[in-house]
Design a protein around this ligand. Structure first.
Ligand code: DQA
Length: 140
């Protein structure tokens, strides 16, 4: 059987994981964590995309959102601002799992609302980088 195609999308500032506010987001870079993920999920065809640009994330969702089996999306701050990305999640047929490394509900009130959640198959927050792993297990 063909491997399920899953794309992890990280939004703005998540390229700085490991350097950025380590007390909130930890010390590990996503590149290192991703190497471990690839080994841990040999049965999935896993790809990774990071962008700081809303339009690039929209283009990626449009491009793969009718053919991939799943998307793990950490939209970073766009989660709380982007109706355009929310509309794209609603438009595509690939199920999306929303992930946040930190517990957004225990932080500033502007982080409590997600435009994405109502269009997502599931949501994982506050489990650190492990949240990506928990999301991937849905398709493994
Ligand atoms: C985040 C939470 C967002 O509020 C924040 O803007 C981020 C990271 C998280 O993974 O905890 O950039 O999505």
């Amino acid at each position: 059987m063909a491997k399920k195609k899953i794309l992890i999308i990280n939004g703005p500032n998540l390229n700085l994981l490991g350097k950025r506010e380590p007390e909130i987001y930890g010390n590990q870079s996503f590149e290192d964590y991703y190497k471990m993920l690839k080994k841990k999920f040999p049965n999935l065809s896993l790809k990774y995309f990071q962008s700081n640009h809303e339009g690039e994330i929209l283009d990626k969702l449009h491009k793969i959102g009718f053919s991939y089996n799943g998307i793990v999306l950490n939209g970073g701050a766009f989660t709380h601002t982007s109706i355009a990305i929310a509309d794209a999640i609603a438009a595509i047929t690939t199920p999306v799992i929303e992930v946040h490394i930190s517990n957004v509900h225990a932080r500033e009130t502007f982080r409590h609302h997600s435009y994405f959640s109502e269009h997502c198959a599931g949501i994982i927050v506050g489990m650190g980088l492990k949240g990506y792993e928990l999301a991937l297990r849905f398709w493994d």
